[in-house]
Design a protein around this ligand. Structure first.
Ligand SMILES: [Zn+2]
Length: 312
């Protein structure tokens, strides 16, 4: 089944829109091939509120978030889904304006399985070569480090952190129990597939994290970019199938003797915006890394974009 994508192109940047009794949104004016119409900042609760994904360092967006609040409202927590530069950097300025505590995942020392086996330096050189646009905020330092299943409360809201590594290994989704709604960050988006860029992204972890969300009874997914997703289980299953099909296609290319990622991309992503080809190349690299790890594919050198891959 094809992914039942959803789109919402007619949005207004910087304007507060109430979505449900507990959720408001403000969309930042940073549209692009990775961000769709921009970063959606969510305000959760009433009176004492949590803010999810403050966004990039953009002062007009900071002003728009503050303007979206009632003057008597208090921001108790700033929740970050992950440390890509369109999600976390505004947390510090928003903290200065509101006094709220910044919350997010801090990498655990005892989780080596979330680490890609691709050599970091080599992969970063590769990433520069393809001009990746999703930069990482390396100095993120939350007041409240969160781990899987940690819970934060306000007077009318309960948010639970759900660790979902894969897009990046510090990715958290947040479950709003009162509305059976999962804020999915970049883990699941309605308008596109998520980009997996090694070494911070990891395809095997990503697939496990998709499965993880299937275990929840959810009414709605709310990604940080683009509109809400109804029928979460159907959508997540289609996302999983899409990745499995992609892996089959990559194995098919290898079977035909195509050994280089750069030769596979135009064939595998014929319908995709060419601006996303560098990201697509990293996704294929992430798939191949997983296939090498499971022994289906061999690579005679270090695993990087320019390597030769062959079926075992
Ligand atoms: Zn991201």
């Amino acid at each position: 089944m094809a992914i039942p994508y959803v789109f919402e192109d007619d949005i207004e940047h910087g304007v507060c829109k109430r979505l449900t009794p507990l959720i408001r949104r403000v969309i930042c004016n940073n549209p692009g091939p990775f961000t769709y119409t921009g970063t959606t900042t969510f305000i959760v609760g009433n009176g004492v509120v949590a803010i999810i994904d403050p966004g990039p360092n953009n002062i007009s967006h900071l002003d728009a978030i503050i303007a979206a609040l009632d003057p008597s409202e208090v921001v108790s927590h700033i929740l970050v889904t992950h440390t890509h530069s369109d999600h976390s950097p505004l947390a510090n300025a928003l903290k200065e304006r509101t006094g709220a505590k910044v919350c997010g995942f801090i990498e655990l020392n005892d989780t080596p399985h979330t680490k890609s086996q691709i050599d970091t330096k080599v992969a970063i050189e590769d990433a520069n070569f393809v001009e990746m646009e999703e930069a990482i905020q390396r100095d993120f330092n939350p007041d409240i480090p969160l781990q899987h299943q940690d819970v934060l409360n306000g007077p009318d809201w309960t948010l639970e952190a759900i660790h979902t590594p894969g897009h990046i290994d510090n990715h958290l989704c947040y479950l709003l129990h009162e509305e059976k709604t999962m804020f999915t960050g970049d883990h699941i988006m309605g308008w596109a597939t998520s980009v997996i860029v090694p070494p911070d992204g990891n395809m095997a972890d990503y697939m496990d994290s998709l499965e993880r969300l299937l275990s929840f009874d959810l009414d709605l997914l709310r990604p940080t970019h683009g509109p809400a997703i109804e029928n979460p289980k159907t959508f997540i299953n289609a996302y999983i199938t899409h990745r499995q099909n992609r892996e089959e296609q990559i194995l098919g290319q290898l079977a035909k003797g195509t050994t280089q990622i750069q030769d596979m991309i135009p064939l595998l992503y014929a319908d995709t915006d060419k601006r996303l080809y560098p990201a697509a190349a990293m996704s294929v690299l992430a798939h191949l890394e997983g296939l090498v790890r499971t022994g289906k594919v061999v690579c005679n050198s270090e695993i990087k974009l320019s390597s030769d891959f062959q079926l075992k």
